[in-house]
Design a protein around this ligand. Structure first.
Ligand code: PMP
Length: 360
């Protein structure tokens, strides 16, 4: 048994230990083939089964209809900031974005390179500490883009905007599969795997049929969704190991009881932590005051001084709780508690928070 600490890092993040064990085994020898998953040809029938199963399991977990495709791409969510506008812009129709923080801004920057871009709602006025409650939908837009969970600022959409006929696009890098949702309301969803779904190196894209062929013929082959849809994500060599691990994480979610079970655990974990913050509000201050905007994945808070925050991170580390330092744009503390983060880790943090406050 390996030593395990509680990993509060924002990503790459904690994975289910059972998945790590399976991945270690597969790295050693895959399916009795006499080779490792690290060595397998992406054209081997055994790998074909891995990728197809992962695609099927993801669609099943998300409850997606036959009109959706699952792609495993490279380049991170950051490349999707460019691929989305490149493929989905329609001549004369602006690109609409909601700006809820640093990652939204990066997506907006790429869109601006490619067409008229409108920020239809923003929480910039209060340092991104809330999710705008009204999202205006312009019927003339090519699409509307949201960042469903804001990893740095600790906010999350808990209501999906109704965009009517305008395709809704979401960067779900940091909350993909964290709860039940009507995923069929989205035109395209993308997520770097390394928070809720697996290791770094693979980006999941879920795209609806009608959007696949929007791209102009002049779009570079590798950057065109149609290329990857046409070849079922095997146009070129995929990151086989990362895809394998994502597949195992999907099976782990199924074993938990699917998204309903994962959601119940995530509610419990976030509830424990936010309740602790509320009950010790003389010492800890959540950076997201608006309860309806609080992220279940990244819980951000401040202490009375920066010195105390440094001391908090250091003392937590001594108790095997790593990665609690907040992002430099927000400061303070950030506890990232993604799907695979265990309830016991949150309980331990809460006990530690009480002790730390008493001692300070
Ligand atoms: N979007 C969000 C919401 C993120 O949290 C991150 C990574 N922290 C990214 C995009 C960028 O992802 P990648 O590193 O896979 O490009």
């Amino acid at each position: 048994m390996a030593k395990r600490v509680f990993n509060f890092y924002a990503g790459p993040a904690t994975l289910p230990f059972s998945v790590i064990e399976k991945a270690s085994q597969a790295a050693f020898e895959f399916q009795g083939l006499g080779l490792s998953i690290l060595e397998i040809s992406h054209r081997a029938k055994e790998f074909d089964q891995v990728i197809k199963e992962a695609q099927r399991d993801l669609k099943e977990l998300m409850g997606l209809g036959d009109d959706y495709y699952v792609l495993f791409l490279q380049g991170g969510a950051s490349l999707q900031f460019h691929m989305v506008p490149l493929n989905l812009r329609v001549a004369g129709k602006p690109l609409d974005y909601v700006n809820t923080g640093a990652w939204s801004k990066k997506a907006i920057k790429e869109a601006k390179l490619l067409g008229e871009t409108r920020v239809v709602a923003s929480s910039d006025d209060q340092n991104f500490s809330y999710i705008p409650s009204k999202i205006p939908v312009n019927p003339d837009a090519s699409y509307l883009h949201i960042t469903s969970n804001n990893t740095i600022f600790g906010t999350q959409f808990h209501t999906i905007p109704d965009t009517g006929d305008v395709p809704l696009i979401a960067d779900m890098s940091s909350d993909m599969l964290c709860k039940q949702m009507d995923f069929n309301r989205f035109g395209l969803i993308y997520a770097g795997a390394q928070k809720n779904m697996g290791p770094a190196g693979v980006t999941i894209v879920v795209i609806r049929d009608d959007l696949v062929k929007r791209a102009a013929d002049t779009t570079p082959t590798m950057l065109k969704y149609a290329t990857h849809v046409g070849k079922e994500s095997l146009f070129n060599t995929p990151p086989a190991f990362s895809v394998y691990v994502v597949g195992q994480v999907l099976k782990w979610i199924q074993e938990q009881g699917g998204l309903a079970a994962v959601e119940a655990t995530n509610r419990k974990k976030a509830g424990l932590l936010y309740d602790a913050l509320e009950s010790m509000s003389d010492f800890y201050r959540p950076t997201v005051a608006d309860k309806a905007s609080r992220s279940w994945m990244n819980v951000t808070f401040r202490l009375p001084s920066e010195d105390l925050e440094k001391e908090f991170v250091k003392s937590a580390l001594e108790q095997d709780m790593v990665g609690l330092k907040g992002h430099r744009d927000v400061g303070g503390i950030r506890a990232s508690i993604y799907n695979a983060f265990p309830v016991e880790g949150v309980e331990k943090l809460v006990v530690f928070m009480k002790q730390f406050r008493e001692k300070a």
